[in-house]
Design a binder for this molecule. Structure first.
Ligand code: 2AM
Length: 185
């Protein structure tokens, strides 16, 4: 099964974000939008994992979370990779607070110990909202639209989830396999 480790949003935040991103979703740009319920912050993409390895993965996530205190994560602003002028992935940004960096770094280390390859790219904390369809080319006006929108909010990160992604023609469906609580102090 296809697995990844993520931080999920509380329902209220998901709704606020969905409302703030509505003007983007309502444009005719060729973007495949993620269902608001499925928006998450990926800490580590694992790819295909055999069922018999899931227990070890959960133990690894627990090791990475041990000693990490519950923390506040701020989100603000919309953007795109690789750039707003050539958007491919549309996202909302997250503040790179030390607790998040620590968590992501620990997750990489624990998952590497289990044999998952290190992601060599710098960590750019974001929540993907949509992906521009293949072959769409440049999207004139999109950068200005991103710029004109604003969103600011913060929420308490209390747990880290092992998520399963099931791919279908309708898009990916994400389900929570396991939740690991952070240290409540
Ligand atoms: P991102 O789009 O938020 O960066 C589930 O597929 C999640 O894993 C996605 O949200 C995606 O994160 C992330 N991911 C990272 N590397 C991936 C890869 N090689 N293939 C698919 N998803 C990947």
């Amino acid at each position: 099964m296809r697995l990844f480790v993520a931080v999920n949003l509380p329902g209220g935040v998901r709704d606020d974000l969905s409302r703030a991103a509505a003007p983007l979703r309502e444009t005719p740009f060729p973007v495949k939008w993620i269902e608001p319920d499925g928006v998450h912050l990926t800490l580590k993409f694992l790819g295909d994992v055999a069922e018999e390895r899931v227990r070890a993965v959960v133990l690894g996530i627990e090791d990475a979370c041990r000693g990490v205190m519950v923390f506040t994560l701020g989100m603000s602003g919309f953007g795109a990779f690789p750039s707003p002028q050539r958007p491919r992935v549309i996202w909302v940004g997250c503040e790179p607070v030390p607790a998040l960096e620590l968590l992501q770094h620990g997750m990489e280390r624990e998952m590497q110990l289990l044999g998952f390859p290190l992601d060599g790219r710098p960590f750019q904390p974001h929540l993907t909202l949509g992906r521009v369809r293949r072959g769409a080319g440049a999207l004139p006006g999109f950068a200005a639209l991103l710029d004109a929108l604003s969103f600011e909010c913060e929420f308490l990160v209390e747990s880290v989830d092992l998520m399963q992604s099931t791919l279908s023609r309708a898009g990916a469906r994400y389900t929570r396999r396991h939740a690991v609580p952070l240290d409540a102090g």
